[in-house]
Each structure stands twice: as C-alpha cells, then as structure tokens.
Design a protein around this ligand. Structure first.
Ligand SMILES: Cc1cc2nc3c(=O)[nH]c(=O)nc-3n(C[C@H](O)[C@H](O)[C@H](O)COP(=O)(O)OP(=O)(O)OC[C@H]3O[C@@H](n4cnc5c(N)ncnc54)[C@H](O)[C@@H]3O)c2cc1C
Ligand SMILES: NC(=O)c1ccc[n+]([C@@H]2O[C@H](COP(=O)([O-])OP(=O)(O)OC[C@H]3O[C@@H](n4cnc5c(N)ncnc54)[C@H](O)[C@@H]3O)[C@@H](O)[C@H]2O)c1
Length: 470
C-alpha cells in the first residue's frame, strides 16, 4: 500500500473536481486529484454536450418537416434520418469536447492524478481502492451524481438504459419508453421523437421539465402533449416480453395501455455519489438524503476542513454551478483556515426542449414557500402568452407562456418561469437583471428592439408593473 501525505485531496475529476484542483493549486502544490472512472466530465461525455448534439439533429429534421406553412414545400419522403450518421456526429463532436477536457487534465503532473475509488477511513485519511492511502489536511468531495434506477427495472437487463447508454448507440432504435418527465426525460424524449423514434414519456406526479409555476406548467403540458404521447400521472409495470422487448403496462385515470419498446430509458432523477464514500466513518452533518450539508457561499461542510462541490452537494445540479462551486471549494481548501465567501450568481436554468423552458431567480414554488400566507399581498405576477406575440408569430414559434414575479412594495424583480420561444436568451437578460437587483420599472427603461421575441418579455414586465403598489 502506497502512503502519501497531502495538503489537499480532491475526490472526483469532473467539472467541479477539476475546478477545485486548479484553484487549490493556486495556494499549494501538494494537491492530489482522484478519479474512479474516467476523466472527461459528465457534461462533455454523457451530459450537456451530447444531449445538445442529439437535439440539434432532431431540430434539423423537425424544421425540414414543417416548412409548408411558409409556402415552402419539400417532398417529405425525401427527408430521411440516417441513424448511424446522427450518432456518428453526436459521438465525434462529443469526443472533440472531451478531448479539450483531457488536454487540460494531461497537462497536470501524472503523479498528482490517481485513478481509483476514494473512501474516507477517517476525516483526514482517504483510501483509494486497495493501492493508496492519503493523509490529507483538507479534502474536497466532488463526486457528481448518477441516475436513479428503480429496483424492479433491474430484471430488464441491457434493455434498461440511462443517458450514458444513449450516447454510445451506433444507430437509433425504433422505440423507447422514457421514464421521468423532468429535464432529461423531456430533452431526450422529444429529441428521439423528432428523429422518428417511437417514444412515450411516463411521469408520476404531473411535473414537467421542472416547471413550478402552475400556469406555465398547464400551458407547457398542453404544448408538449400535442406533439408526442405522455402520461404524466401514470402507474406502470415494466417487463421483458417473449420477443425480448420492454413491455410497459400503464394506467392513468380511466385509460390503460401497453407500450412495447426496445428500451426503457431511466430519467427519474439523479442521486449524489456520496453513498459509497465511507461517510459513516466521519461525523459529518447530512441532509435527509445523506448528503453532507454545506454553506453555499464557502462550500464548507460541518467538518471545517472538508468541502463539497458540484452535483455531489445536491444544491443545484447544473454545469455552471459545478464550476462555481468547484472554484470556491478548491480555493477555500487551498487557503484553509482562511476561507472566504465565493461569488454566487443568480439562479438560471434552461431546458433545451422546443419550446424551451427556463427559470430565473426565485421560482414560483420558492416564493410560495418564502412568503407563505403573505404571497398574494406581497408578490405581483405579470404574464404574457406568446400565442399572438408579433415576432413569434412571424417565425411560427408562437407557443408558450411566461410569468414574472416582483415584490409589490419595492418593485424589485424576484424571478420568472417560462416555456416558450428564445427562452435561453430571455433567461440571460432576466438573470442579469436579477443579479443587478433591478426593479421592474428600471428593467422597462432598458432598450427593446422591434420586432423581437423579447417584446413579449416587455409585455409581461408592463403587466407586473401595473400591479405594483403605487
Ligand atoms: C443528460 C444530461 C444533460 C445535462 N445537460 C445539462 C445542460 O444542458 N446544462 C447544465 O447546466 N447541466 C446539464 N447537466 C448537468 C451537468 O452535467 C452536471 O451538473 C455537471 O456535469 C456536474 O459536474 P460534477 O463535477 O459535479 O460531476 P461529474 O462531472 O460527474 O464528476 C464527478 C466525478 O467523480 C468521479 N467519482 C465518483 N465517485 C468517486 C469516488 N468515490 N472516488 C473518485 N472519483 C469518484 C466520477 O467518476 C466523475 O468523474 C446535464 C446532465 C445530464 C446527465
Ligand atoms: N438543460 C439542463 O440544464 C439540464 C439537462 C439535463 C439534466 N440537467 C440536470 O440533471 C438533473 C437531473 O435530471 P432528471 O431529468 O433526471 O431529474 P429531474 O429531477 O429533473 O426529473 C425527474 C422526473 O422524474 C419524475 N419521476 C420520479 N420518479 C418517477 C417514477 N417512478 N416514474 C416516473 N417518473 C418519475 C419526477 O416527477 C420528475 O418529473 C436536473 O435536475 C438538472 O439539474 C440539466
């Protein structure tokens, strides 16, 4: 057994871990980075990037099939999807992104990167597989997350898949049953549907793409239901049939049915990778899911020399959050005990469906919780439907709804939720306004060009402005 001594050990070599390693090394050279699987990050290998590549291919087919209303007619039978070519592009571009990450990793001293699964022996000692033990002064946990799998699905063998499997396909399958109508289920489910794969999405509690505003949720549900079958409040049973296919027997309200598919794609949420870390060997405060609780401004846990970052922290499992948290945790581990608060930005979330979904600042559900019985008195809500929004109609993307929230008394912009056109861009405008702590009247003083989809945002802002206390 190799024994090492370190100032800082970072567990997990994804986005958060790489950021932590880089930033800890600004303060000390004696830092180790431990990775149990492969370098390259979840985002680049099996997350953000390959999913957006698949979506881009799906959009190309969708646009080709929907030119008629513009008076532009294509022979629909000539629009063919070559599954192998789709997957080749997804994988080759993905490999390019992964390559850039690996270039960074390979620049780091090989002796400072250790492959193997790390586990706490005590709150200063990390065991890596059975080959290395490191005594560390400070430790950063950046072990990411993994998809949740229901135990009853295990009998499906290799017909049960997760996002990682989709991005290693050599061609597209004929049919997929998607479980989970959250962000991943909706992005991948719609993309596969638009590529001609027979898809049905099964949800459980009526939620969709993480939307918490009931009005936006209702509108979004209607829009997505027009496009492909989904059952958002279903119960179901999955089994392998005699042909070796996945058979889903489902029920929702008075409706029942059977959907037979090549695969069951599990997208019912992700769980932080903290359960196999030996946390039982250290006395660390955890939440009810067993995740170490950390101060979001310092990423410090209840054990002062242990920090946590990225999806492992269960705070906001998004790429830019992992990068920010990794930087903060690494820097603080590097300069411990002189830790400081890092930059925390306004919340921004985008789902790359069509229409896109976004949320900024405080979501509807957060405000409801925060204001409780005072919600109606204290929070003003403005809204816009994109059905008749000028530029959206021009482009034939006039589907969706946005609601913006403001503090009635001060006029301060609090947050927004939306499903609709150009949501990724509107989300940025709003997140910047939120972080600048702007009031709605100040936001309305900003320029709006004509004709643009952002004029829809102005309509919602005018609506909320009219409801502020005078
Ligand atoms: C399909 C999909 C699409 C997504 N799309 C987006 C998007 O569009 N935009 C967005 O913002 N976010 C998106 N995300 C979320 C984003 O990918 C994650 O929030 C982000 O990658 C998390 O980074 P991380 O560093 O915490 O984890 P990871 O990158 O997963 O890194 C964790 C690392 O820790 C290693 N590890 C685990 N346990 C141990 C151990 N015991 N010892 C040593 N190493 C260990 C793992 O092997 C892994 O390499 C998506 C996620 C998925 C799955
Ligand atoms: N565009 C993006 O930024 C992006 C894209 C993909 C993933 N992500 C990140 O990854 C995280 C995980 O995504 P996810 O989609 O796996 O989780 P999620 O939490 O977004 O959605 C899970 C969904 O599964 C449903 N569900 C739970 N149990 C179920 C069951 N037994 N049967 C059917 N449905 C069930 C839930 O009601 C929920 O709607 C997201 O929260 C997000 O932070 C982000």
């Amino acid at each position: 057994m190799k024994k090492l001594q370190a100032d800082v050990v970072v567990i997990g070599g994804g986005t958060a871990g790489m950021g932590a390693f880089r930033n800890a090394r600004l303060h000390t050279e004696n830092v180790y980075l431990i990775e149990s699987h492969v370098f390259g990050t979840t985002c680049a290998r099996v997350g953000c990037m390959p999913s957006k590549l698949l979506i881009a291919a799906a959009e190309a087919r969708h646009h080709a099939l929907h030119t008629d209303p513009f008076g532009v007619h294509l022979d629909k039978s000539s629009i063919q999807v070559n599954g192998e070519e789709v997957m080749n592009r997804v994988k080759s571009e993905r490999d390019r992104f992964v390559g850039f990450v690996l270039e960074d990793v390979n620049e780091w001293d090989e002796n400072r990167r250790i492959m193997g699964a790390a586990k706490f022996i005590d709150d200063h000692t990390i065991q890596i597989d059975d080959h290395t033990q490191i005594r560390a002064d400070r430790i950063v946990i950046a072990t990411g997350s993994r998809p949740v799998i229901l135990p009853e699905w295990e009998k499906l063998g290799d017909k049960l898949i997760v996002n990682d499997d989709v991005f290693s396909w050599s061609t597209l399958p004929e049919s997929v049953a998607v479980f989970g109508s959250g962000v991943i289920g909706l992005e991948l489910g719609q993309a596969l549907h638009r590529l001609g794969v027979k898809v049905t999405v099964f949800g459980r509690d009526g939620s969709l793409g993480g939307i918490s505003d009931p009005v936006v949720l209702q509108q979004a549900t209607e829009i997505f239901a027009e496009e492909f079958p989904f059952y958002l409040r279903s119960t179901s049973e999955a089994r392998l049939n005699a042909d070796g296919k996945v058979e889903i027997k489902w029920a929702q309200d008075d409706e029942t049915g059977i959907f037979v598919a090549d695969y069951l794609l599990a997208a019912i949420g992700r769980t932080p990778n903290v359960d196999n870390l030996g946390l039982e060997n250290i006395k660390i405060d955890t939440d009810k899911r067993g995740v170490p609780i950390a101060n979001p401004e310092t990423m410090q846990t209840s054990i002062p020399h242990i920090f946590i970052a990225g999806d492992a922290s269960n705070q906001l499992p998004l790429l830019h959050e992992a990068a920010d948290q990794g930087k903060i945790a690494g820097e603080n581990a590097g300069k411990f005990p002189n830790i400081s608060k890092g930059l925390r930005r306004s919340m921004i979330g985008v789902v790359f469906t069509n229409p896109q979904i976004m949320s900024v600042g405080a979501r509807f559900a957060t405000l409801k919780n925060q204001y409780g019985d005072d919600f109606d008195d204290k929070v003003a809500i403005g809204e816009v439907s994109f059905r008749n929004q000028g530029r959206s109609r021009v482009m034939l993307v006039n589907k969706g709804h946005m609601r913006v929230y403001a503090d009635k008394q001060s006029g301060k912009f609090l947050g927004a939720e939306m499903a609709g056109p150009a949501a990724e861009h509107i989300a940025h405008l709003l997140a910047w306004a939120h972080q600048m702590e702007m009031t709605v009247p100040k936001m309305l003083d900003m320029p709006f060009y004509h004709p643009v989809i952002e004029e829809g945002l102005r309509t919602a802002l005018r609506d909320v402005a009219s409801k502020l206390s005078k």
